[in-house]
Design a protein around this ligand. Sequence first.
Ligand code: SF4
Length: 383
Amino acid sequence: MTTSSVVASESRLSSGSGHGPLPALTGAEIIAMARDAGITGRGGAGFPVWRKLAAVAAAGRPAVVIANAAEGEPASGKDKALLTAAPDLIVDGLELVARAVGARTTYLYAPAGAHSSLRSLPVELRTAPDAFVSGEESAAVAAVTGRDAVPADKRIRITESGAGGAPTLVQNVETLAHLALIARYGPGWFRAAGTADEPGTFLATISGAVRRPGAVVEAGYGVRLGDLIAAAGGPTGRLRAVLVGGYHGGWVPADPDLPVSRAAMARYGASPGAGVVVALPAGSCGLVESARIASYLAGAVAGQCGPCVNGLPRMAQTLSDLALRRVRPGLPAEVDRLARLVTGRGACRHPDGTARLVLSAMRAFDTDVAAHLSGHCLAEEGR
Ligand code: SF4
């Protein structure tokens, strides 16, 4: 990619144009291709792509497709990098999924800052606001139809009734680019990277205590965490922990041999998500950093649902009290109670993701919790 480094052995998406025309596949063949490749969505949720395609196609009505490049996550830059490096692959992927689901209307939903370089593409552009929840599927649907980009009621499936009441497919732009390559080179080629259960490559944005923060790298699932960090120039010093999966992700040990895959990350309550990796230096307090992120997330809400209006600010404040050693009896239990209280209660998964990050911090930094409760900070004391 032009603005990033790429893990050399897995530079599929960065290989630019020159892949030749798209094969003339039918809609059914495209869905079967996605199933055989085992590709999952690269926007964070990791849902099997073929199931989503099949659900929209099964509606049997003219559909709408939205290529999602909203990327509201502050620590993520991979979709912006891809819009610059391989817009042709995104457009090809959009054409494929439109064929698969029977769509006549397609949009590219991207931040305003990316529009000037995209105007020549044969696709209708829509602006994604610079907000954390703007990339949520129902928020994207709202935005392309001229409403505020905030999530809607999750009981209404957009695959059945989305933009203008039409069955709607929202697909991350990286996913579309992978599909454009799979159509040319086949599911077997795609599966040659990654693991048997999690095939293919993914784009990761590496930031924090690395020599090239913000680097976007491409690697197969199962790549060693140390190799990803090395591809961003390596750590700037000893690391305390690594946040994987972004602000809705989880903290994992700074173990260079840890495989970056859903299977390996699950024991830490994390997953590769949209490929966001943040390295925490040894001199930083994980509780302070987690409280900062939780406060950001508590302020990044649409304010429509109880868990976000009441629960997230209280949870973030309680974690901040612990991080800043404003200690009172029962503080860890209160953080835990609030995290469980908000989970599953919002119109979208923002409260769930925020609670996941907070619970992960309480587990990963349990020795820091004990130290803070007795008035000490291990990071400040250089321990
Ligand atoms: S759960 Fe929170 S972020 Fe999601 S729609 Fe409701 S208020 Fe907005």
